[in-house]
Design a binder for this molecule. Structure first.
Ligand code: HEM
Ligand SMILES: [Cu+2]
Length: 533
């Protein structure tokens, strides 16, 4: 090697490590730094939103009013829902996308690194503003995470204006993140990585990004209409001025239903990476996974009114939305079938990421089945707005989305930190969470079917036993998350050294680079490994 070459190399090394101090984090355009910030932010929001859930469950431990004012209770349910959806689950997926997509496709970074910095940094401001409403006159938003008008307009606390601004900012962040992910995946794949070789986490995120671009503007639109109704004399949602509150629900759920897939499709992707690794087999039915994901995404635009069966839509509408919703079970069933078929006759081992992935398959499916029950229009008249709904969506969100995120974190932690995690602590966290989640949410099916309404601080005596069980489970689940925090911090600080391919059966470009992954990977496009050729 000539002298010139050597100087050039040392030169470039000197200037491309991380900057030092706070500036590194404020001004970074590095996908790994930004991914880490998203993940830490998400963890913080998960703990804040989780504490709110525990306040709710503490009040509901017994019938009667014990701990909080009913008005404050409503603020807690609202803030809990908003923080978990927009602050915990969505940013966690974006963090995983930032870390993993460039490494999985063999790109040096995201396509639009400066925008990436901005996508992240507006989030802390949005959530600081949202949470600050708790200290304002009239209190925080109290109208539920679905913010139905006129509760969120005519009868809303003054802080609703800050809520609207916060939602706008979150929307901008999500749209920029989505544009970045699409630009990266479509343009920056290593030579030879055709679309049908793309790792499934990238595929599911690509489709999710299109969903985000399609529906975040709808969310922005609906909050803007609220803003107009509140401050500028319009009556979009005010029957007294010729408007219609049901219009709100249509616009909201046109955003809201695709939103629930935004929170689950990337989870499908993570599970589709992990199960083959620990079954030591290729994923069964790769192409059908891609088509199933796309079908779910397209169908998600045609089912929004299944949230509105009770508002009085025409019978033809009830039937259309009922059957369209049931249709989604078909591609979802394909996915579950493929995961099970991947495991069939595989050489399975059950490390922590795999345990979370397996629990995902079983418990998400329970949530899917209760979703099918809710889709049956005539019986939804009984379930609507009861704890059955709360049970349903927590099964898809907690042992669904959240377990998938934890599976992904445990799976990729060795790549991020260079250390293996403490398996015993990981399994301890898994079993406590698995037991806690079921004790919390399974009884909610029964109290829901028996008629206990959601979003109430007090309830009739006959619901007392199951509520007590659910509250005990919630504290078990909540406290066991501290073992997760402990695990992650311990793994960052030390542990057995991880190899490049940290898990025996793991395949993909991310396992070809050293652990921890260097600050810059793939300055040159890599040659694809055997498994991808
Ligand atoms: C420690 C785990 C959790 C517990 C114990 C918990 C508990 C609760 C409770 C008791 C409610 C109020 C139900 C009602 O009164 O109607 C609620 C609502 C809600 N939760 Fe959770 N939750 C947890 C985690 C999550 C996660 C991870 C998410 C989202 C990813 C989530 C999303 C929601 C949503 C969207 C609502 C509806 C809020 C509303 O009614 O507007 N929860 N949760
Ligand atoms: Cu829906």
């Amino acid at each position: 090697m000539s002298t010139l070459d050597t100087t050039l190399e040392t030169h470039s090394d000197e200037h491309h490590g991380p900057a030092s101090g706070l500036g590194r984090w404020l001004f970074t355009t590095n996908h790994k730094d930004i991914g880490s910030m998203y993940l830490w932010f998400s963890l913080l929001m998960f703990l804040v939103g989780g504490s709110m859930a525990l306040m709710i469950r503490a009040e509901l431990f017994q019938p009667g009013l014990q701990l909080v004012e009913p008005g404050f209770f409503n603020q807690m349910t609202t803030m809990h829902g908003l923080i978990m959806v927009f602050g915990a689950v969505m940013p966690a997926f974006v963090g995983l996308a930032n870390w993993m997509i460039p490494m999985m496709i063999g790109a040096p970074d995201m396509a639009l690194p400066r925008m990436n910095n901005w996508s992240f940094w507006i989030l802390p401001f949005a959530f600081a503003m949202l949470i600050s409403t708790l200290f304002m006159t009239g209190g925080a938003p109290n109208f539920g995470w679905t913010f139905y008008a006129p509760l969120s307009t005519t009868y809303a606390p003054p802080s609703v204006t800050y809520f609207i601004f916060a939602i706008h900012m979150m929307g901008i962040s999500s749209i920029m993140g989505a544009i970045n992910i699409i630009a990266t995946i479509l343009n920056m794949r290593a030579p030879g990585m055709t679309m049908m070789k793309l790792p499934l986490f990238c595929w599911t995120w690509l489709i999710t990004a299109f969903l985000l671009i399609a529906v975040m503007p709808v969310l922005a639109g609906v909050v803007t209409m609220m803003l107009m109704d509140i401050h500028f004399g319009t009556s979009f949602f005010d029957a007294g001025g010729g408007g219609d509150p049901v219009l709100f629900q249509h616009v909201f759920w046109f955003f809201g239903h695709p939103e629930v897939y935004i929170m689950i499709l990337p989870a499908f992707g993570i599970i589709s990476q992990i199960i083959p690794a620990f079954a030591r087999k290729r994923l069964f039915g790769y192409a059908s996974m891609v088509y199933a994901t796309a079908s779910i995404a397209i169908l998600s635009f045609l089912v929004w009114a299944h949230h509105m069966f009770t508002v009085g839509i025409p019978l033809a509408g009830e039937l259309f939305f009922m059957y369209a919703t049931m249709l989604i079970a078909v591609p979802t069933g394909v996915k579950v079938f493929n995961w099970v078929a991947t495991m069939f006759r595989g050489s399975m081992t059950f490390e922590t990421p795999m345990l979370f992935a397996l629990a995902f398959v079983v418990l998400f499916t329970i949530g899917g089945f209760s979703g099918l029950m809710l889709a049956i229009a005539p019986v939804d008249f009984q379930y609507h707005d009861t704890y059955f709904v709360v049970a349903h969506f927590h099964y898809v969100l907690v042992p669904g989305a959240v377990f998938a995120i934890m599976a992904g974190v445990y799976y990729w932690l060795p790549k991020w930190t260079g250390h293996m995690l403490d398996e015993r602590m990981g399994r301890f966290h898994f079993w406590l969470s698995f037991i806690g989640v079921n004790i919390t949410f399974f009884p909610m099916h029964f109290i829901g079917l028996a008629g206990m309404p959601r979003r109430i601080p007090d309830y009739a005596l006959q619901f007392a036993d199951f509520n007590m069980v659910a509250s005990v489970g919630a504290f078990l689940f909540g406290l066991s998350q501290l073992t997760f925090v402990w695990n992650v911090i311990a793994c960052v600080r030390g542990g057995r050294k991880a190899e490049a391919r940290a898990w025996e059966g793991a395949e993909g470009l991310e396992w070809e680079v050293p652990s921890p992954a260097p600050y810059h990977t793939f300055a040159e496009p890599p040659k694809l490994p055997e498994s991808l050729r």
